[in-house]
Design a protein around this ligand. Structure first.
Ligand code: BMA
Length: 339
């Protein structure tokens, strides 16, 4: 049982029985999984054979990172960020039997665009979610600068762009995986045209996925590890107590940005209300494939698989803007971190 303080302007989680938070949704018995290693004291642990996708996974790739995977058929499919050897940022389809060994298409995704919507100049940092009858994709789309592209696929073969959901400049557009009180909802992080030394998370609402408005402010940085900017990570994870949102938080050090993961809990019905937050980071760049690469010191989560009956979660994240990695946690581990 959980109780929330309903003081004006605050939505604080004041008490909970530690591990009673429950994931909602379909079982995923084939979720990629490794048990927490003996002696591990952190809430998240890395796959023993990271990175799971190396930088040269296609013939033309310079790097494959910040990518999103979902259950598909008997296995998994996903949209991968592949920066090519000209350093164009492109999205490619990936397929996997087990969620760990991936085959990435050589050719980038070709979006079919409705009349009046220009094909994106580039695409990066995709998120994918199953909602209603299709897999929705949001990504940072080149539209006179970074902007939120939204589209869908039924089969991971043909892809349809719907719109540029918001005006430039914006990044980290992340859909909620179902309508809430009949309304589609999306998180985003208004930004600038460059490397953006600021950033807070906002929420926008839509009746049709095309027109977005009724914007709400969700949260800003609070702790040193996230003090420069924050942005939504994987599609929010539904629990009986709220939406678990894993997000990235950035600190500016003497040698540049350092990207971490954080987690918070958003209200189920009014998800612009933050019920609880983890003051510490969940993960920081500590392994060589996170510290060394095209952009050092980056762990950037973009997708989470969950298995409600066991509470298991497998999170895909980019390492140092170069490779794709996998890490594990559980709903109990995350619930325990929230205050
Ligand atoms: C952000 C995005 C991400 C990237 C991060 C660190 O602005 O470009 O794709 O992982 O910077 O370079």
């Amino acid at each position: 049982m959980i109780h929330y303080a309903l003081l004006p302007g605050t939505w604080g989680r004041v008490s909970t029985t530690m591990s009673d938070m429950r994931l909602t949704g379909q079982p995923l018995p084939n979720i990629p999984w490794e048990a927490k290693p003996e002696g591990c004291v952190t809430p998240v642990w890395r796959h023993s054979n990271n990175p799971v996708v190396c930088r040269n996974a296609t013939r033309t790739s310079n790097s494959v990172f910040n990518s999103a995977a979902v259950p598909f058929g008997d296995g998994f499919a996903g949209v991968f960020r592949c920066d090519d050897q000209r350093r164009e940022m492109r999205l490619h389809t990936g397929r996997s039997r087990n969620g760990i060994d991936w085959l990435i298409d050589e050719e980038p995704i070709a979006w079919s665009c409705p009349e009046g919507v220009a094909a994106p100049d580039y695409g990066y940092d995709p998120r994918v979610c199953w909602m209603e009858d299709r897999y929705w994709v949001t990504w940072c789309s080149g539209f006179h600068g970074p902007c939120i592209g939204i589209g869908y696929t039924h089969d991971f073969s043909t892809y349809h762009m719907v719109e540029n959901a918001l005006l430039p400049f914006n990044r980290n557009g992340v859909l909620f995986p179902r309508r809430i009180r009949g309304i589609y909802m999306m998180l985003s992080r208004p930004s600038d045209n460059g490397h953006t030394p600021f950033g807070e998370i906002f929420l926008s609402q839509s009746d049709d996925v095309v027109h977005w408005g009724r914007h709400r402010w969700v949260m800003k940085a609070e702790q040193p590890w996230e003090s420069t900017k924050i942005g939504a990570g994987p599609v929010p994870i539904e629990t009986d107590e709220g939406w678990l949102l894993i997000y990235h938080g950035v600190l500016t050090s003497c040698s540049g940005f350092v990207y971490h993961w954080g987690v918070c809990l958003l209200d189920l019905e009014e998800p612009w209300k933050v019920l609880a937050r983890c003051p510490k980071y969940l993960m920081s760049p500590q392994l060589p494939y996170e510290q060394v690469g095209d952009v050092p010191n980056v762990v950037f989560p973009c997708a989470a698989l969950v298995d409600p009956p066991t509470g298991r979660m497998a999170v895909y994240y980019g390492g140092a803007d170069t490779v794709t990695c996998l890490a594990f946690t559980t709903v109990d581990e995350l619930a325990r971190m929230l205050v």
